[in-house]
Design a protein around this ligand. Structure first.
Ligand code: UDP
Ligand code: MG
Length: 320
């Protein structure tokens, strides 16, 4: 049987060889001072560099460390979910591997947790060392999301947070494939509170979130938490049909009073292209939802674990 673990620190890692050893040291230092039991659970999201080997080596020297290797890159949100599925702690902390989230903030989170909060999320007071593009798009995204969804997802808050065992158990039962974890944590409720922190510069290496992944994350967030884009389609349809009725009315009126001139076909072509553009965009929006419904219906597992280390003998065999 597994002994009781108080804290699980879940760290998703994707090609983080430049930073992972330092991250481990910093996390270990912080967690050792708590004087309570803990595990450091690294989820290797299909890294193609030396990340897995480095963690594997640490695993052999330190009993606190566990490693899950995915069979390929499944994405940050899924790596976090796998960490939650496999964490044993009474409190589970999710933290990025690149030290942008300072491990020392975990002390404040633990303090709040001990006061009875079941979710302690970390809100970014300031972001250091990120491009203006990233800062602006992130700020705009959080605000758009707040406007567009009905649940209260805190702004400027990433996945760096502590959740209680109760919340973790609920999260484990949310099996949706296109996941926006921080939205799901807001959705489950419980007593939640924030701690503020300054988001540091990435310690080493480059961001593993290219624009493509940022767009995917935003679309997942919007489509899994809001129907408003679909309602927008209805509104647009209504507005344009009303406008065309008004236009028809004036065209008929002109014809009746005899001021009717040649049809402005250039205008008609422009309008045709414009309306077709709108229709295609709306179809695209619907497609985003349908694609996700299709993902849900396929029944594929959320992730595939190639192997594990540090979990004790019986679990280290290959899962698939
Ligand atoms: N990450 C991951 N899988 C991915 C992309 C990123 O597990 O496909 C991890 C990455 O190793 C890091 C965290 O997710 O621990 C956040 O990524 P990153 O720091 O590159 O994102 P940014 O801070 O630039 O938004
Ligand atoms: Mg980062």
């Amino acid at each position: 049987m597994n002994p009781i673990v108080t804290y699980s620190i879940v760290v998703p890692v994707f090609n983080e060889e430049a930073v992972i050893a330092v991250t481990y040291e910093r996390l270990k230092k912080v967690m050792d001072t708590t004087g309570e039991s803990y595990e450091l659970l690294f989820v290797n999201d299909g890294s193609s560099d030396q990340t897995a080997e480095i963690i594997d080596r640490i695993c052999r020297q330190d009993d606190h460390v566990k490693l899950i290797n995915f069979s390929r890159n499944f994405g940050h949100q899924i790596a976090i979910s796998a960490g939650m599925d496999n964490a044993l702690g009474q409190a589970v902390v999710v933290i990025d591997a690149d030290l942008q989230d300072p491990p020392e903030v975990i002390w404040q989170m633990i303090e709040r947790w001990k006061k009875g909060y079941e979710v302690v999320y970390a809100t970014r007071k300031e972001r250091k060392g990120e491009t203006l593009f990233k800062k602006w798009t992130a700020a705009a995204f959080y605000r758009l999301l707040k406007f567009i969804t009905d649940i209260d997802i805190p702004v400027d808050t990433g996945d760096f947070r502590l959740i209680d065992r109760k919340v973790c158990n609920v999260m484990k039962n949310l099996k949706e494939k296109n996941r926006f974890v921080r939205g799901l944590v807001s959705w489950v409720g419980f007593r939640q509170t924030a701690v503020e922190y300054v988001r540091e510069e990435r310690f080493a290496g480059e961001s593993k979130y290219p624009l493509r992944k940022m767009i995917k994350l935003s679309l997942d967030a919007i489509t899994t938490f809001s129907y408003k884009p679909l309602k927008l389609a209805v509104c647009l349809g209504f507005v344009f049909s009303s406008l065309s009725l008004v236009y028809l009315f004036f065209a008929l009126l002109e014809r009746l009073i005899g001021t009717y001139t040649l049809p402005a076909w250039a205008l008609l072509i422009a309008m045709g292209i414009f309306l077709n553009g709108i229709i295609l965009s709306v179809l695209g929006i619907i497609g985003e939802y349908i694609g996700r419904i299709y993902d849900e219906s396929k029944g594929r597992p959320l992730y595939i674990i190639a192997n594990k280390a540090g979990f004790g003998r019986e679990e280290e065999s290959h899962e698939y």
